[in-house]
Design a protein around this ligand. Structure first.
Ligand code: NAD
Length: 416
């Protein structure tokens, strides 16, 4: 079968499958397949050289039956409303699987952020918030970081929202710097959560984690933190990559040192005693655990058959296409799906929101302990469905997430 998928067609077909398995009626399926609101704005900003440029800003709010909309904001060239809609839908299921009281949203600005100065990025971010401010808020829609946005971006978002409302509202964004209400452990949360899932899966899988080899595509927030967490539990990270390519060393990499090299040279490539490899080669390396932590559509029908890892843990959103899912399942490769594997970030975002609402700051140990408890519970809830349905993990996770949202909608009823 040819693979002409967009992220939205994939998300829609996943919802269709889950709805069918759950026996949802067609009205419920129709409701869940549409976002509640899609916003597209033109962001005009003055560049440092005095000229004016215009960027497209998007925010899609999928469903809020279980709580306020919640989701990251990515800065990336060529993002589309369709892609953001698909990601918003995934967020709805993800929050339900993690069993936190949020709905799903996603946002983005169509921009190559590497080409803008910090001042230009600040003006872009603040103007974007001002254009959608009426749809945001701690009980409406709470942004978080995603690709090419970070704690500084969240500080600008929170500050702009607060300035426009007239008082300080730290709970209006998560993933902020700790100095202004960010949670300890938020930066590490998504990567750590991926490794909690790997730990749980290895129990069922009989994979010995001490000395297990791990390859990670993407060396940003998720990829780097997953690498650190994998090393903490005794795994050997043999390969990492970024947008310029990857590096491989069978004896394992010194991850903080690779980061220092990347900060100095802007690339992981050329790191000492390593072989430079392409991103494609990284995916096909012989290793125990493969963690795609960069972009969507990386494992497709073209390369799925060549994947040699015993386990794939999706740090990124949507890295595996439906055809590739089937191939990996037939090869008996354990795949931990994105909506479960990378839910650690939104889980600690929820902790941050709770801390802000109660004006508390929890110690790191408490955040990490609660994260592990939540991830383990979510993993076991999915596994229970997988065992009952004899399905793959993605189907089990979708059934759990979609089922919880549908139940909330049923209980709320349809007004008027
Ligand atoms: P990031 O911007 O910190 O890092 C992205 C990484 O991907 C960088 O290392 C970049 O060089 C690399 N990359 C970009 N283009 C690439 C290409 N063509 N080939 C290979 N690598 C490429 O972003 P992040 O926050 O780490 O997010 C990574 C993925 O994880 C995204 O899919 C995001 O949606 C998902 N995610 C992030 C979080 C979070 O808390 N940050 C939570 C859940 C899911």
């Amino acid at each position: 079968m040819s693979e002409e998928h967009t992220p939205l067609t994939v998300a829609q077909s996943q919802l269709k499958l889950a709805s069918k398995k759950l026996g949802l009626d067609s009205g419920m399926h129709k409701m869940l397949s549409q976002p509640k609101r899609s916003i597209s704005v033109s962001i005009d900003i003055r560049m440092d050289n005095g000229t004016v440029d215009v960027f497209n800003g998007l925010r899609v709010q999928h469903w809020d039956a279980r709580g306020p909309f919640k989701g990251g904001i990515r800065y990336y060239p060529n993002i589309t409303l369709e892609e953001v809609t698909a990601l918003a839908m995934l967020m709805t299921w993800k929050c339900a699987i993690a069993n936190i009281p949020f709905g799903g949203a996603k946002g983005g600005i169509c921009v190559d952020s590497k080409k803008l100065s910090q001042h230009e990025l600040e003006r872009l971010t603040r103007r974007y918030v001002s254009l959608i401010v009426e749809y945001l808020g701690p009980h409406r829609d709470i942004p978080a970081p995603d690709m090419y946005t970070d704690a500084q971006t969240m500080a600008w978002i929170m500050d702009t929202y607060s300035q426009l409302k007239g008082y300080r509202i730290p709970e209006s964004a998560t993933g902020k710097p700790v100095e202004i209400g960010g949670s300890w452990g938020r930066i590490e949360a998504t990567g750590r959560g991926v490794i909690h899932c790997v730990k749980q899966a290895s129990v069922n899988n009989g994979l010995k984690l001490k000395g297990a080899s791990v390859a990670i595509q993407g060396f940003g927030n998720v990829g780097y933190q997953a690498a650190v967490a994998a090393q903490e539990i005794g795994c050997k990270v043999v390969a990492v990559s970024d947008s310029t390519g990857g590096i491989y060393c069978i004896d394992g990499l010194n991850i903080p040192d690779v980061l220092a090299h990347k900060e100095k040279t802007q690339t992981v490539q050329g790191y000492k005693d390593c072989k430079n490899i392409t991103n494609e080669e990284l995916l096909e390396l012989p290793c125990d655990v493969l963690i795609p932590a960069a972009l969507q559509n990386q494992i497709t029908y073209k390369n799925a058959d060549k994947i040699k890892a015993r386990m794939v843990a999706e740090g990124a959103n949507g890295p595996t296409t439906p055809e590739a899912d089937k191939i990996l399942y037939e090869k008996e490769i354990c795949l931990i799906p994105d909506i479960l594997a990378n839910s650690g970030g939104v889980t600690v975002s929820y902790f941050e929101w709770v801390q802000n609402l109660t004006r508390e700051q929890w110690p790191l140990e408490m955040v990490n302990r609660k994260l592990e408890e939540k991830m383990t519970k979510a993993f076991n809830d999915v596994e229970a469905i997988v065992a009952k349905e004899e399905s793959d993990m993605r189907t089990g996770a979708l059934m759990l997430g979609v089922g919880r949202v549908a139940n909330a909608i049923k209980v709320l009823g349809l007004w008027p």
